[in-house]
Design a protein around this ligand. Structure first.
Ligand SMILES: [Zn+2]
Length: 215
């Protein structure tokens, strides 16, 4: 990119500072106080060239290839993609229909996430006496899981892509929120009593951020 010659979109509002983001299509979006001059906006973009490039690299890497023969990691296993009548996993392959592959894959991941997270939650509830109400699978980006005071757990369908250790950690994390609605030392003690290696898993999970931009 060449700084100010770069295409960008400006959203003016009553804010007081400039901010920058790169959307899923790789476009630069600048939020600016009403009346900010173009030259100032372009200087701001130029000053953040490296950051913009890094964001684009992450977004680029997260655009998955769903053509026949491409590979995708689901539940910690790598599956080559092949054409099939419906989206399903069989004989070490991910079968996807010829058309609308992305939608078919998302529907499959939602099913996988629901089954897996429900099974883990029931297992930990039985072993450690947690009480939860329902499990919802969400499409929201930016968070792997959440929990409300009524005991409803929610997990991103993208958790289906994670390996077992990370998925189990997310379930334990949200179940522990049914007892501690914060990240207090008491909360982490509870998590650690169930998963002694949770710190390592948590760090490994932080490196999977690009999955959040998937699909
Ligand atoms: Zn939490």
């Amino acid at each position: 990119m060449k700084g100010s010659s770069e295409e960008y979109r400006v959203v003016f509002s009553r804010r007081r500072t400039l901010s920058l983001s790169v959307n899923g299509a790789g476009e630069i979006v600048v939020r600016a106080p009403a009346g900010t001059r173009r030259a100032e906006i372009e200087r701001f973009i130029e000053a953040h060239t490296d950051w913009i490039e890094r964001r684009r690299a992450v977004i680029e890497a997260s655009h998955i290839d769903l053509t026949d023969g491409a590979k995708i990691g689901i539940g910690g296993e790598v599956y080559p993609i092949a054409e099939g009548r419906s989206a399903h996993l069989a004989d070490g392959r991910l079968y996807l229909p010829a058309e609308r592959r992305e939608q078919a894959l998302i529907a499959l991941l939602k099913r996988i996430a629901r089954e897996r997270m429900t099974a883990y939650a029931r297992e930990y509830a039985a072993r450690f006496g947690f009480v939860f109400r329902a499990i919802r699978i969400s499409s929201a980006r930016g968070r792997w899981g959440s929990c409300n005071a009524r005991g409803d757990l929610a997990f991103s369908f993208r958790t289906a892509l994670l390996d077992e250790e990370k998925a189990r950690y997310l379930v334990v994390h949200e179940l522990c929120h049914t007892r501690h609605m914060d990240h207090s030392p008491a909360f982490w003690t509870e998590v650690g009593a169930i998963l002694p290696n949770y710190r390592q898993t948590r760090r490994a999970l932080q490196k999977e951020g690009a999955i959040m931009l998937f699909l």
